[in-house]
Design a protein around this ligand. Structure first.
Ligand code: GAL
Length: 666
């Protein structure tokens, strides 16, 4: 991928059309019309590649790869491990996953192999070696795509044994494990390793240290499986580059850990556009948050591996993208750091689960269909924006999104079993920053804070000692820290911190958590600006959780907002505290969005964070930047003026930025 270009294409399944050479021919013609320059092949092709055990067929694949290449289309080659063939599932039951209730699945669907099974790994190794030998030196193959959307868990006996080995390596002794899990509670002390079982609906589901370790273990298993496949291919092709496709708000794998093993991050982007409960701008912000997360994982451009050119068939209702939204969605990815716009899928399949999923080419095969025309327009725009490929983004603000924290936070009983709305919390902070044109990264507790001016730690319930120290140091050196409710509560084993909390941050924040009150969904508590507060904030409403802080006796925080209702009226609901050359803000609850807008407008100014757009933009118009490029997108269903351009409904303008000079590129 040395030539500077944005990739445009997507998942292509010619194996479903091998008996229709006319269709395969039509595909090439239409791909050229749609400015396609890459396809992903092989994702679920195992039953064609190895129809019978040990009998490999790759001629069809080679012919297609070469015809495509002769027509200017490169290949991202996937290993087929995500869907194993029927003969294997029948002959070797151990490749089939066992569910949490200990039922072994029958042959079904996909992405449900046992990642521990030595037999499965042996079969994967064999086919991956074949692929690597056959296509390794091929200039048409530009990237290797390992498996597909890894996730889920397996509870088979092989995985149970592996889990116990993993625990032994983590804890060394049962004593240490029992301590970490507080196993004395309800008489749970384990006296032999093989008493430990993965969480199950009919088994253990109340030892939260166990549940958290199971999640860590499953995440490690997936990463181990990725590494296994990658290293099989790398053993034959030392120069090969690897990715696997990640997912929206994904829970099962710690992507910060996985990203260390990838050469390129890629993800599958399926926003629920036009859902009645959201404006297009809200859906765009929700999606931007994901793009920013995926950029941050390696701090470099990523790929959109899949997206729908029109609609999906698995969202609650199949909604067409309205005219212009395909372009908005595609260019949004590029604006936030993607070097590709790829689709699932090039051509709609005739039968089975996804026959009604959107595709660039529908069952009618027409190139005058709206989806096809709009896809071709996206392809042409990407050619105009080729200079964006490889461009980075500035470091300004970071929001902490840490997998073990999310797992532990969501796994506890209390303080609000109706849901803590973790992603909603992240969005409150993110949306305000993104609307202010600030570039936001998402970081884990292992990340480096250098280069950021603002670090936001929303609901950082599981706070590691080293990260608490990092936050304090960051503030002392001039950074701005924001910590929100329900932070610094437990350690890495989900054991409650003893003494004052937020653990490790009470000096930084100038206060401690005295109480926490949960609210029902319909409850709100009014909050008002504190008299003489140094930052102008609106009257707002607290929801979900209300922490009641007590200010430190020496060197206390300055209240910014006060609760105005309930028994805690008068207590600070938000406060600020100086720390060395920087300062720390504390938010005791979840407030209305206008509160975050006012807060972050003030903080961005204070921290010297320049907005992407040099001029203010109308509501619903969002800006993002990559080195030297400014993207402005109109999410409104009507034209809007932005800088020197009038953007049509859902329109995008792109400028090249040279110092203060802007030259319109698109
Ligand atoms: C993805 C998957 C694709 C296809 C697509 C449909 O999650 O990787 O194979 O199923 O969803 O939207």
């Amino acid at each position: 991928m040395s030539e500077r270009k944005l990739l445009h294409g997507g998942d292509y399944n010619p194996e479903q059309w091998l008996d229709r050479p006319d269709i395969l021919e039509q595909d090439i013609t239409m791909m050229k019309q749609a400015h396609v320059n890459v396809v992903t092949l092989g994702v679920f092709s195992w039953s064609v590649m190895e129809p019978r055990e040990g009998e490999y067929h790759f001629d069809w694949l080679e012919a297609i790869i070469h015809t495509l290449y002769a027509n200017g289309i490169s290949t991202i080659l996937a290993t087929p491990s995500a869907a194993r063939p029927a003969w294997m599932a029948q002959k070797y039951p151990e490749v089939r996953r066992v569910r949490a209730d200990r039922t072994r699945e029958l042959f079904r669907r996909r992405q449900n192999y046992c990642y521990t099974s030595p037999l499965f790994r042996q079969k994967v190794r064999a086919i991956d070696e074949q692929l690597a030998r056959r296509f390794g030196g091929d200039p048409a193959v530009i990237l290797w795509h390992i498996s597909n959307e890894m996730g889920g868990d397996c509870h088979c006996p092989l995985c149970q044994a592996e889990f116990r080995r993993w625990l032994q390596a983590r804890y060394g002794s049962l004593d240490a494990l029992n301590k970490a899990w507080n196993a004395r509670f309800w008489s749970h002390d384990y006296t032999a390793w093989d008493q430990i079982e993965s969480p199950a609906p009919q088994g253990e589901d109340a030892v939260q240290g166990l549940t958290l370790d199971w999640k860590r273990f499953v995440s490690d298993r997936h990463i181990d499986f990725f590494k296994f496949e990658r290293d099989v291919i790398r053993g034959i092709l030392p120069e090969a580059k690897f990715t696997t496709n990640l997912m929206y708000r994904f829970h099962d794998i710690d992507y910060h850990d996985l990203a260390k093993e990838l050469d390129l991050v890629s993800w599958d982007n399926y926003p629920t556009w036009h859902k009645p409960s959201e404006t297009v701008e809200q859906t765009a912000l929700d999606t931007a948050m994901m793009h920013d997360l995926f950029y941050s994982l390696k701090g470099k451009p990523f790929l959109i591996m899949e997206s729908s050119p029109s609609f999906t068939n698995w969202q609650p209702v199949t909604k067409q993208k309205k005219p212009g939204v395909a372009m908005l969605s595609a260019l949004q990815g590029v604006a936030h750091g993607s070097d590709s716009v790829c689709y699932f899928q090039w051509r709609a399949s005739r039968g089975a689960e996804e026959k009604f999923h959107g595709a660039v080419v529908g069952h009618d095969g027409r190139s005058d269909a709206r989806t096809f025309r709009e896809t071709a327009e996206v392809g042409a725009a990407l050619e105009q924006l080729a200079c964006a490929a490889g461009a980075g983004r500035p470091r300004q603000a970071a929001i902490v999104h840490d997998w073990p924290n999310m797992w532990a936070l969501e796994g506890s009983s209390g303080p609000r079993n109706l849901g803590l709305g973790y992603w909603r919390e992240l969005a409150c902070h993110y949306n305000a920053l993104a609307r202010a044109g600030v570039t936001v990264d998402f970081i884990g507790q292992g990340s480096d804070l250098a280069g950021y001016s603002l670090v936001v730690a929303p609901m950082l319930y599981l706070l590691r000692d080293d990260f608490a120290e990092k936050l304090c140091l960051f503030a002392r050196r001039g950074g701005t820290v924001v910590v929100s409710q329900w932070s610094g509560v437990v350690d890495e084993s989900d054991l409650c911190r003893l003494g004052d909390t937020p653990y490790g941050l009470t000096e930084l924040l100038g206060l401690r958590r005295a109480e926490i009150d949960g609210l029902y969904d319909e409850e709100r508590r009014r909050c008002i600006p504190a008299p003489g507060a140094p930052l102008p904030l609106p009257v707002t409403q607290a929801s979900v959780l209300c922490e009641v802080p007590a200010l430190n006796e020496t060197d206390p925080a300055t209240p910014l907002l006060l609760y105005d209702e309930d028994y805690f009226a008068g207590a600070p609901a938000a406060a600020v505290h100086p720390c060395g050359d920087g300062r720390a803000y504390y938010l005791a609850s979840r407030f209305t969005q206008d509160f975050y807008s006012a807060l972050y407008a003030g903080l961005a100014k204070e921290a010297g964070l320049a907005p992407a757009s040099p001029l203010p933009l109308p509501a619903g118009v969002l800006a993002a930047r990559r080195d030297g490029l400014l993207f402005v997108q109109n999410c409104n269903p009507r034209p809007e003026k932005a800088l020197d351009a009038v953007l049509p409904a859902y329109g995008t303008a792109v400028w090249q930025q040279d110092g203060g000079r802007l030259t319109r590129l698109l």
